[in-house]
Design a protein around this ligand. Sequence first.
Ligand code: SAM
Length: 239
Amino acid sequence: MPNSESGLDNVDFQHLYQGDPSAGPKLPWDLGAPQPLVVALADAGEFSGEVLDIGCGLGGNAAFLASRGLRVTGLDCAPAAVEQARARAAVWAAQVTFAVADATELAGYEDRFDTVLDSALYHCLTTDQRHEYLAALGRATRPGARLHVLCFSTALRGGFPDRHLVSEDSLRETVGQAWTIERLEAAAYTTACTPPELAAGVRAMQGADAADFDGSGLQTDEQGRALLPIWQLTAVRGV
Ligand SMILES: C[S@@+](CC[C@H](N)C(=O)[O-])C[C@H]1O[C@@H](n2cnc3c(N)ncnc32)[C@H](O)[C@@H]1O
């Protein structure tokens, strides 16, 4: 369903988080736990200072990072996500500041963050919004800040909607304008779904644009969860 209120032209996240029954029983990104790649980044010491989890969804990554002793702010444009993230963090006894904010503006967060995590937000934005988002991140971060992005890559084919697939060139062009890219490599994003469950959910969310997506050809992890081809990017803001 179009989401004209938030400026997105594709998925209505607020509606999904309110339990839109047509979207199926699972949100594919809701592991109820941190994304394994985020755990690996944390283990490698890639988070420090004031951390922003932008497009935080239900807060599994933000709560995990807080459990590692980091000061974490989780922002999302969907009020229903923020409300549920706060409730989950309370159950997990995780100290996270959650708030509603538009990633393309980040008003009120100027000069604030040392590390930014973008786990599956970037590919949700239109091309214009990606440029606005990078400009907003430039305002919201401090010199030398580190940015970690996990976003769908053009290797994810098989009928997945094209507008969510990001090419290496476009990522380098957009992020590289103001950030120095230190790492850009193919990786896998763990979903909460088997390939058939994922295909059903994506078709429900994306409608006719995903009519041909059946999830065949996707790799799975040891729990049978579909793994999606992504770019893993780390970049450093100029001083
Ligand atoms: C695919 S989900 C990923 C959620 C979470 N980061 C994760 O990996 O589990 C994308 C999230 O980005 C949020 N989002 C989309 N557009 C946004 C925007 N312009 N500003 C802030 N959040 C946005 C959605 O509400 C959604 O929670």
